[in-house]
Design a protein. Structure first.
Length: 251
């Protein structure tokens, strides 16, 4: 299980879910934490809450409610935290706690209290709305240092003049000096593009969230066309994979 979440939203959710239900004699000592894109859920005391999060890998586990909540609060004023868990432990920021009942299989609850996301990074990353032209953001491609550009994506698609869909893209990229013989140049340029520029739009697909990055592309002939590169986090993966790239009008 791995996800990025707004710390304050997770704290609030744990506080509310941690209250004893009227039908119970005592509060639950453990909370079930689950991640299932695009939500993170907590379950305890006959209540379930959910909040939007950037989920890289689904999973579920049980851990100490009191300890988890207390340690999360010590990381104030950190806005977003990355949480990772496996069969033995859960890690967030500089903290590690033991877990039990870990599983990669998650069944999302049918009903749950929705806790709003207030942090700009997460709320903007889960909408399909485009950024207002000229608006600057600090949203970058998550895990960009692990980004993948496959050889077949370049040779079989972006630099393939015979591809039914990719032919126009091949003509565009070759016009700026890229070639099939040196396909690594385009792969490297697109990696830099995805790692350097800001995300302008994110939307969910059946295969995982897709991130659209816009900005100039460094080319062999020295010109700098304005393009969009599209990256996808396949379900269960933590590295963004290049899906496509194409030209845009300069802004």
């Amino acid at each position: 299980m791995k996800f990025t979440i707004e710390r304050a939203a997770l704290v609030k959710m744990l506080e509310v879910i941690g209250r004893k239900a009227p039908s119970q004699k005592w509060r639950d000592k453990e909370v079930r934490l689950s991640a299932f894109a695009p939500h993170v859920f907590v379950e305890a005391n006959a209540s379930t809450g959910g909040v939007e999060a950037l989920v890289f890998e689904d999973g579920t586990c049980l851990l100490s409610h009191k300890t988890f909540l207390k340690l999360l609060k010590t990381h104030f004023p950190k806005k977003n935290i990355i949480v990772e868990a496996d069969e033995h432990k859960i890690k967030f920021a500089s903290t590690t706690l033991p877990v039990v009942g870990y599983s990669r299989a998650v069944t999302p609850p049918g009903e749950f209290k929705v806790f709003p996301v207030t942090d700009d990074w997460l709320s903007q990353s889960r909408t399909e709305a485009t950024q207002t032209p000229g608006t600057k953001t600090s949203i970058k491609l998550p895990n960009a240092e692990k980004a993948i550009v496959e050889r077949e994506k370049i040779l079989g698609y972006l630099l393939n003049p015979h591809h039914r869909i990719g032919a126009s893209k091949a003509h565009f990229f070759t016009a700026f000096g890229f070639s099939a013989e040196k396909w690594e140049q385009l792969a490297k340029a697109l990696l830099v593009h995805g790692q350097t520029h800001e995300v302008k739009r994110v939307h969910e697909t059946n295969y995982g969230p897709r991130y659209e990055v816009e900005g100039i592309l460094k080319t062999p002939d020295g010109r700098e066309p304005f393009i969009r590169s599209v990256w996808q986090f396949d379900k269960g993966e933590v590295a963004p994979r290049l899906i496509t790239a194409y030209p845009l009008e300069a802004r």
